[in-house]
Design a protein around this ligand. Structure first.
Ligand code: FDA
Ligand code: NAD
Length: 433
């Protein structure tokens, strides 16, 4: 049993959707391209899952957020794929890859061959069990990576209105899910090991603003602590969490967001006879054209570790939607128009929305931090200055032009001769450049 395609996209998430759009723009012929996805729905904008999808009233639902609406592009519904002759092979997990034979084998035993392969397998949520905590399969413990997880979380939330939740992890999932839980009238306690929220990006001053905002909405914080075990009722439902210092927090549900691991296992060579590609930073290493150590194979999105020109070609693996969209389109361009495609020149971009707040960040958060703006009225930001140049910029509550301006100073690595002056000018500095 087998099928042959010229182009195969392995994985059906954000990157797959944007790759398909680019293939279509570049006039891929009907029957040449397929997407193989373990998920049972066509590619969608994953960020919706922790935002509009969790709203108690008028939640966003499919087909509203199929790719590529997130970047104001065409919405690629299953019908669109059908019309373009792009095969969607859904509900299908690939279990092995043979790079020499240019073949993938599915769980059902089908062999699918390619001339060019784009790996877009994304990442999976880390499980508490990987940190030695058992019992996270209980029916009221939720992770959030795909639409099946989100559907489950909605059901658990609905059964907990007016009750309480513990959120484990103070990163993106922790912050966005806490906001959603509160909006669903659930009282939340957040537990995380760091000193403050979003330790990967926020400074202590920025985190203080968000923590105060959350506290005003009834959220409690337990910092510098981790979960060690669950207490359950006779049906297996979690009724309390126990922390490292012995603290016991009774709860009606738990949400876990403790990071991800890129889905590289088909290509890490650890399985006997398995395919082996060069890896770095926990992902599949690619060059500026998103090409892996096998010239017929490309990797994009969360699973790809690629050189960022702005950081002196330092290899980075970014876990954000903008990078998934742009790396995917770049790989397709490199495959279909190699002569006109140079190395990707990417400006790292992250964003989030919680409650009525919304921020954007560009670049890298290394060097000296210069805060600016009005922390009392939700309109503030920060620049990161490294060796006399702006290398990163963050802004809460900005308008479209403001975000464009801070992106530009990072992209052009604006020179800073006087940090005091930069602090005084704040956002205005970005408009002067
Ligand atoms: P993605 O995870 O989207 O897709 C991978 C696909 O591969 C999945 O369909 C998976 O089933 C499939 N797959 C994996 N292994 C397979 C196999 N062996 N066989 C078949 N299929 C396989 N970012 C941001 O910048 N702003 C935001 O607001 C958010 N919000 C957000 C919310 C939530 C809930 C999550 C989970 C993530 C975000 N993100 C985000 C991150 C962003 O969604 C993420 O960076 C992209 O989805 C990455 O796109 P990929 O296509 O690389 O992976
Ligand atoms: P994260 O890396 O943002 O945060 C993980 C958090 O879990 C950190 O606070 C960390 O210290 C904590 N943690 C780690 N180990 C722990 C342990 N043993 N016990 C308790 N806490 C522990 O990851 P996430 O929040 O799980 O998000 C998952 C992925 O989804 C990321 O790739 C993220 O970029 C993506 N995402 C992005 C957005 C966005 O960009 N707006 C929104 C949602 C999700």
């Amino acid at each position: 049993m087998g099928r042959a395609f010229v182009y195969v996209i392995l994985g059906g998430g954000v990157a797959a959707g944007y790759a398909a759009l680019e293939f279509s723009r570049r006039h891929v012929a009907p029957g040449e391209l397929c997407i193989i996805s373990e998920e049972s729905v066509a590619p969608y904008e994953r960020p919706a899952l922790s935002k509009g999808y969790l709203l108690p009233e008028n939640p966003t639902s499919l087909p509203q957020f199929h790719t590529c609406v997130g970047a104001n592009e065409e919405r690629l519904t299953p019908k669109w794929y059908g019309e373009k002759g792009i095969e969607l092979i859904l509900g299908t997990r690939v279990k092995s890859a043979d790079l020499k034979k240019k073949a993938l084998v599915t769980m059902a035993g089908e062999t699918i061959t390619y001339k060019y392969l784009i790996i877009a397998t994304g990442a999976r949520a880390l499980k508490l069990e990987e940190f030695g905590v058992w019992g996270s399969e209980a029916e009221n413990v939720c992770y959030l990576r795909d639409i099946a997880d989100a559907d489950r979380m909605v059901k658990v939330m609905q059964s907990c209105a007016g009750k309480s939740a513990v959120v484990i992890g103070g990163g993106y999932i922790g912050m966005e899910c806490t906001a959603a839980l509160v909006t669903n009238k659930i009282k939340v306690t957040m537990v995380f090991p760091e000193k403050h929220l979003m330790g990967r990006l926020f400074t202590a001053k920025m985190a203080e603003f968000y923590e105060n905002y959350y506290k005003e909405r009834g959220v409690k914080f337990v910092k510098g602590n981790v979960l060690t075990s669950f207490e359950n009722d006779p049906s297996g439902k979690v009724t309390a969490v126990i922390l490292r210092d012995g603290t016991r927090i009774p709860t009606d549900m738990v949400v876990v967001g403790i990071g991800i691991r890129a889905n590289t296992s088909l290509f890490d060579g650890l399985d006997k006879g398995g395919a082996k590609l060069a890896l770095e930073k926990g992902g599949i290493k690619v060059n500026g054209k998103m090409q892996t150590s096998d010239s017929s194979v490309y990797a994009v999105g969360d699973v790809a570790a690629f050189p960022v020109k702005l950081f002196g070609n330092d290899i980075r693996r970014l876990e954000h939607v903008d990078s998934a969209r742009k790396t995917a389109r770049h790989a397709v361009s490199a495959i279909m128009a190699p002569d006109e495609t140079g190395d990707l020149d990417y400006l790292p971009f992250f964003y989030s929305r919680v409650f009525a707040l919304s921020w954007q960040f560009y670049g890298d958060n290394v060097g000296e931090v210069v805060h600016f703006g009005d922390f009392l009225n939700s309109r503030f930001g920060a620049y990161w200055v490294n060796e006399g140049h702006i290398i990163g910029a963050f802004l809460e509550g900005g308008a479209k032009e403001d975000y464009k301006a801070i992106a530009k100073v990072v992209k052009t690595r604006s020179k800073v001769s006087d940090v005091g002056e930069l602090e005084k000018l704040g956002l205005e500095f970005a408009f002067r450049e």
